[in-house]
Design a protein around this ligand. Sequence first.
Ligand code: AMP
Length: 317
Amino acid sequence: MQPVIVDSPAALRLVSERWRAAGLSLGLVPTMGALHAGHRSLLRRARSECDRVVASIFVNPAQFAPTEDLDRYPRTLDADLTVLAEEHIDALLLPRASALYPPGFATAVRVEGGLVAGHEAAARPGHLDGVALVVAKLLVAARADRAYFGQKDAQQCAVVARLAADLDTGTEIVVCPTVRDADGLALSSRNAYLSDEQRAQALAIPAGLAAAARRYAAGDRDSARLRAAVEARLAGAEDLVPDYVDVVDGASFAPVAEAGRGSKIVVAATIGSARLIDTLSLGTDEPPATPRGAHHTDDAHGLEPGVAERSRQCTVP
Ligand code: AMP
């Protein structure tokens, strides 16, 4: 069955209030559409944990800089509606920009401090403020019990968790594992921008994370060496331009000298017109799968090759 489509925060609030009055729990899955198996994993998790599930599809202008890809961001509404029906989603918020930002709109929402001092905040000024603004609006309108986000966008998750706690929204922020293609590349709507050749080079990102994960599993906690393991792989992809590789505390995004539980390796790199980001939670995530024959760098460190090939693949059909 198709979800009920609502086109404004006020309409969403009415639906939500009806469900809440009936004693039903509500899950919220915010997206920008062009739905893939990563989004499906969030929808399924919400479906399994909540009585009613609402998704949103909104390509939020507030989180794109004027130089970014707002106009050409993939939009696949018909296919998205099929996905939402297949995943038994109850409602879809599908607003125009003017429904969220009407004339006279003048409010900003910003998380302050070290969490937004670097990484995506530095590379994309205003991006995380735009995310914070739209997510705050969605949380207010939906009054969901839980809202679901993907840890690929780890800094976004940390910002959303911070604002949900600070604004007493009463919504639990649920962070879901990254879904990857069989070759290890994290699924992203922006992967559509990649040529076959660029996509092959982009595999250096999951290969680098897998190499660092193997070092970590072998007992290495030195952040500089873990970073170097990732950077060595990125350096082998000649068209890939690394932006950052860092080992950070997952909640504060402060760089850590010694990795431990709760640390994440965060990576951003550009290839062609696509900016790709990826994250690995050390000691928690399965290392990304890496294609056969891509283990040579580890051999130089004396680590057993091929460990990642045994890892569980986190794919959603
Ligand atoms: P987007 O449509 O790109 O804004 O993503 C909507 C939500 O899906 C965000 O919480 C993302 O972190 C999440 N997401 C995107 N890609 C993936 C993925 N490969 N695995 C899991 N979640 C993802």
